[in-house]
Design a protein. Sequence first.
Length: 435
Amino acid sequence: MLNAFVSVFKTPDLRKKLAFTLGIIILFRLGSHVPIPGVDYRRVQSCVDSVSQTNGILGLVNLFSGGALLQITVFALGILPYITASIILQLLTAVIPRLEALKKEGASGQAKITQYTRYLTVALAVLQGTGLVATARNGALFPSCPDASRIVPDDSVFVTAIMVVTITAGTACVMWLGELITERGVGNGMSMLIFLSIASTLPGALWAVKQESTLAGGWLAFGIVLLVGFVMVGLVVFVEQAQRRIPVQYAKRMIGRKSYGGTATYIPLKVNQAGVVPVIFGSSLLYIPALIAQFAGSDSGWSTWITNNLSRGNHPYYVAIYFLLIVFFAFFYVSITFNPEEIAGNIKQAGGFIPGIRAGKATAQYLGYVLNRLTWPGSIYLGLIALVPTVALGSFGSANQLTGTSILIIVSVGLETVKQISSQIEQHRYEGFLR
């Protein structure tokens, strides 16, 4: 790890890419602290200081924006609209023949899908920005703050439109910054911005745990939370690296005087094949009832039940429903993104086979069987990672920000970035050898 870090600064190309990435990161963090026009920034700060940032229904969006959502800044929505648009397009690819054909066209088709993702991101930003402005105007963004209804002093149509346009433009700018990192920087730009947004909230959350606790000056609670965090990081690294390798043998073929094939390879199937998508889907779906109840503002039985049972992360009903949603979306997402029939057809077309399994339909059935057996532990792992830290650390108040989702994303993005840097270092060494 340290050798790879030192090699980055010894390689001119990687050094330039790293400097460019750091520059984009600085711009992103600056935009996360610039308030949008039409907002009373002092009242926003007083409300942010008086309420918890994670117990509200907008906690997930606030986490992905690096705390910029509750600050109502230019980058308030962060990268979440782009993530949502990417997931929607990925799911639609499996059901819309036109998108599936574009996916099979290679680079040109992928460029077209990326363009559709950008358009959908802007549309989602308009919808979410309008919802954020409406929530801020009626005081629902900070329900327990007395100044919540006066955050937006001027509620005219012109000011509201300017606020929505500013938030939408900020989202488009974040999307552009992420693409710049992917093209000219280090790692995947969108993943890097998510990593940065979540990591920027962790130091403050850890220090808040220390200040809120009274045992041993707060250091005991600080140490417990830090220890749980390290244990979760180790577990995530272990599972994210785990995979089932299915061997594939290619038959030897003679074309003219040359021999082709006869090689052996494998299909890597990860234990967590779905990644963090089921957690995002489950959280978003579970926030809808709480959002409806909050905007309804009634004292009816259904609204009170939702507020009491589905708005707190450590409530038994919330935990049970959230866990079941994660398991369901894990199977659903894997079934959409991994097609055993397509993989089996590609293997058969290339003259390959899995030892002991017939090519064609039998191979597809075998891949589906293995994938289902891997998805069960993977989905249960996702559910435990997402819920155990919240339940275990629920008594520490601000430790609720140290969710399993944030740990999972930080570790996953960190591992992927290290792999990309290592591959670029190896490529540079081979280029030097050829010269």
